[in-house]
Design a protein around this ligand. Structure first.
Ligand SMILES: O=C(O)c1ccccc1NCC(=O)[C@H](O)[C@H](O)COP(=O)(O)O
Length: 212
């Protein structure tokens, strides 16, 4: 059983989607501060989502090689509990904000996952995502789950192409700390689908992983 699995729903752009995800049991919600994404939010949208979320769920701010001034501007206005660095940020660049952070690792074939983790000694965890050249995230694609480290020293969050249909198998195969989904629970880019969110959450939290 994996009832202690944590779930982050990423790419939240609207308060109603935040409410939906929290009602369904999500532990964390992701706000994408990457202008090229169809899920990008500006500071006003982010503040509206933050008001919905309140202090008892983790609000995550996602950045891709953003300038420090951009991140500082967001942090001055939006109460983010956790930062997610989804680009090529070094450890020094990630720690400068004095906030807990997770580092996304895009699973390109030649990546040494353990070495990449060692480069971020202060990361609270690592989000493993599919690699597609030129696309920093939200690809909707899976990667080879055999590459997910077993018994890692720090939490691993599985991402990339997860859906209500494959999340149980994904958890069973990789035994992660948590899972992260974006496109797999959308009605269209940036807008969540209530049925998919509810089904994803149910399958992630209640599936009998032992039977798979
Ligand atoms: O979601 C995006 O548009 C995005 C753009 C640029 C960098 C990261 C992005 N998303 C990051 C996430 O945490 C996604 O949840 C993760 O990549 C998985 O996405 P999906 O395969 O669509 O579930």
């Amino acid at each position: 059983m994996s009832q202690d699995i944590r779930v982050k729903i990423c790419g939240i752009t609207r308060s109603e989607d935040a409410r939906l995800a929290l009602r369904a049991g999500a532990h964390a919600l992701g706000l994408v501060f990457y202008p090229a994404s169809p899920r990008a939010v500006d500071i006003e949208q982010a503040k509206a989502v933050a008001r919905t979320v309140g202090p008892f769920a983790t609000l995550v701010g996602l950045f891709v090689n953003a300038a420090p001034a951009t991140i500082d501007a967001v942090l001055n206005e939006v109460p983010l509990q956790l930062l997610q660095f989804h680009g090529d940020e070094t450890a020094d660049e990630c720690v400068r904000y004095g906030r807990p952070y997770i580092k996304a690792l895009r699973m390109r074939p030649e990546l040494d996952v353990m070495a990449a983790m060692a480069e971020h000694p202060h990361a609270s965890g690592f989000l493993l995502d599919a690699y597609r050249k030129g696309v920093p995230g939200g690809t909707g694609e899976t990667f080879d789950w055999e590459r997910v480290p077993r018994n890692p020293e720090r939490p691993v969050i599985l991402a990339g192409g997860l859906t209500p249909d494959n999340v149980r198998q994904a958890i069973s195969a990789t035994r992660p700390y948590g899972v992260d989904v974006s496109g797999g629970v959308e009605a269209s880019p940036g807008l969540k689908d209530a049925g998919k969110v509810n089904q994803f959450m149910f399958n992630a939290l209640n599936g009998d992983q032992g039977e798979l």
